[in-house]
Design a protein around this ligand. Structure first.
Ligand code: F6P
Length: 547
């Protein structure tokens, strides 16, 4: 694809000039002088609120960011994605995770074929299988009901189901769900240890069905079942999710227990596909459908809303502003929601595997920074760990607060109010800070001696002026979770267009995989380490001695 280079360069240059001279420098002053700030720099989609008023932006910033979105043809690229154009140009693939949750369109064409009938057929097979496991009509080999499911997958074949199953635990009324991803044998040993093979279903989830971690763990699980129940029992205790149907057949899983998806679904965008099977078994097909509907609601909004009323576009523009113009190298995602504990890890893959690139979509070097480091933990726990640095450290790190207006524990209403108060307090503290005079006045009010005030006050100064975003939905239900995840997916897409990169390939993970395959016989002693760099040779020699 060809980008309108000179228009984009002009728009970026205008933003850089504006950051130096024109953008607000002082958030406190910006709020004091502008009572309409919150209403101008926030948007709602139904009950979903996105507030970016606590960022160093003004109307001119937003106008210039929109100019960049127009120059980068975000709308054209968005239309291309929704219509099945192969926008993943390094792999020659369409990018159609939106089709997986499209409950309303009549047709979506890829390579002359309507993909929706296949999507709907897999969904209905997943629902039949999930219902069978949930109601006990599909049993284990010994006739016992399945009480536990173990999903074996990694990356996109793990993080989505892990994140969403925890997020939706109030809706969990099916078998217990467990997840094994790490090649470290500790993971599978600790997971299978307490389980009964006779009541356990293993789901092997891998888009390619070649990923070494997943295939190794799957063999270990197969052995566990076969040793306990006999080789003939294996089929009744396995199911698979993959795009590589022949490889699944070779592993020995019967075709009625295999749920396919397609190469136009990226791994990190696959929770909506059959990769969501463990989630569906846990929460039931109806709730899974609500999860898809939430994502679809965001898709429709993203596809149709004008740029400046479009939540993912605004979230992407602010993300770009912080990363590429303000130069902030990371963003913290802090859900004030214990059930979203795995959301930061999920977003790490979504964002960093998508936008951690150094070449443009045309293969040239990028001219500025691309995706930031994404990290986070739930609040309030983070407050008692790393918030010190967020408030007083030498790096500015924009924070993204996510919270629900209501919790699922109405009898613990006070706890939810405390959670909300903490969330709002943190964004306020980041914005307002505390001046030296305020710190001194506070200490004086405690009756402290002047010398002691002068000594202690500098430690109690908060620069403030630190940007944050706040996202609030009413309740973390399946619909709201689907909508939230789709919001972040589209935000990553928008930022990729502004960076000029392909968000849908992941060549950066290949080299390590290749070297690990090469090093396995070296580590196990079958091959010599000779010819490798001195560090690798030294490490191998050390390990050989110590094992
Ligand atoms: O690590 C790279 C990656 O290809 C991810 O993009 C993907 O989600 C993960 O590995 C797992 O791949 P698969 O589903 O093919 O096992």
């Amino acid at each position: 694809m060809t980008r309108n280079g000179s228009k984009i360069d002009e728009a970026v240059a205008a933003l850089k000039r504006h950051w130096q001279n024109g953008a607000p420098k002082d958030m406190r002053a910006a709020f004091a002088s502008d009572l309409g700030r919150f209403s101008r720099y926030s948007l709602m989609l139904d009950d979903l609120l996105f507030d970016w008023s606590k960022c160093l932006v003004n109307d001119e910033t937003m106008r210039l960011l929109k100019d960049l979105a127009v120059a980068a043809d975000v709308e054209g690229r968005r239309a291309a994605m929704f219509s099945g154009v192969p926008i993943n140009n390094s792999e020659g693939r369409a990018v159609l995770h939106v089709a997986l949750r499209d409950t309303t369109s009549e047709k979506i064409m890829v390579d002359g074929e309507d993909v929706l009938p296949g999507v709907r057929e897999v969904l209905s097979r997943m629902a039949a299988f999930s219902n069978g496991i949930r109601d006990g009509s599909i049993k284990g080999a010994t006739g016992k009901q399945i009480t536990d499911i173990v999903n074996i997958g990694i990356g996109g074949s793990d993080l989505g189901p892990v994140m969403a199953t925890l997020a939706l635990s109030p809706y969990h009324d099916g078998p217990r769900a467990h997840f094994v991803s790490n090649i470290d044998g500790a993971h599978i040993a600790d997971t299978l240890g307490p389980l009964d093979p006779a009541t356990t279903l293993i789901i092997v989830a891998s888009k390619t069905f070649t990923t070494i971690e997943t295939m190794t763990n799957a063999q270990t699980a197969r052995k566990w079942i076969a040793e306990a129940l006999g080789e003939a029992a294996v089929g009744a205790h396995f199911a698979a999710v993959s795009t590589a149907l022949e490889k699944v057949a070779a592993f020995g899983i019967a075709s009625d227990r295999v749920f396919g998806f397609w190469d136009w679904v990226g791994g990190r965008y696959s929770i909506w596909s059959a990769i969501g099977l463990p989630l569906m078994i846990a929460i039931g097909p109806q709730n899974f459908r609500r999860f898809l509907e939430g994502a679809h609601a965001m898709d429709v909004h993203f596809r149709d809303a004008p740029l400046d009323e479009n939540l993912p576009v605004m979230l992407g523009l602010i993300g770009y502003w912080h990363r590429a113009i303000s130069g902030y190298g990371s963003r913290a995602v802090i859900p004030y929601d214990q059930r979203l504990a795995r959301l930061p890890a999920y977003l790490q893959q979504l964002d960093m595997e998508s936008n951690g690139k150094s070449v443009t979509i045309d293969g040239g070097p990028v001219s500025g920074p691309t995706g930031p480091v994404v990290w986070g933990e739930p609040g309030t726990n983070g407050q008692h760990a790393f918030f010190q640095l967020l408030h007083q450290g030498t790096d500015v790190i924009p924070v993204e607060f996510i919270v629900a207006a209501r919790g699922h524990e109405p009898h613990l209403v006070n706890q939810h109010e405390m959670l909300l108060a903490n969330c709002l307090a943190q964004s306020q503290a980041l914005m307002k800070g505390r001046t030296l005079e305020e710190a001194k006045a506070q200490l004086a009010a405690k009756g402290m001696e002047q010398a002691e005030i002068d000594r202690l006050a500098p430690h109690r100064v908060f620069s403030g002026n630190r940007p944050s975003l706040t996202i609030i939905h009413d309740l973390l239900d399946p619909f709201a979770l689907g909508r939230l995840v789709a919001l972040y997916e589209h935000r990553v897409f928008v930022e990729a267009q502004l960076f000029g990169i392909n968000a849908f390939d992941q060549w950066g993970v290949e080299l390590g995989k290749e070297l690990a395959t090469e090093l396995l016989p070296v580590v196990s002693g079958e091959k010599s380490a000779e010819g490798r760099d001195a560090s690798t040779q030294g490490l191998v020699a050390h390990l050989r001695k110590r094992r």
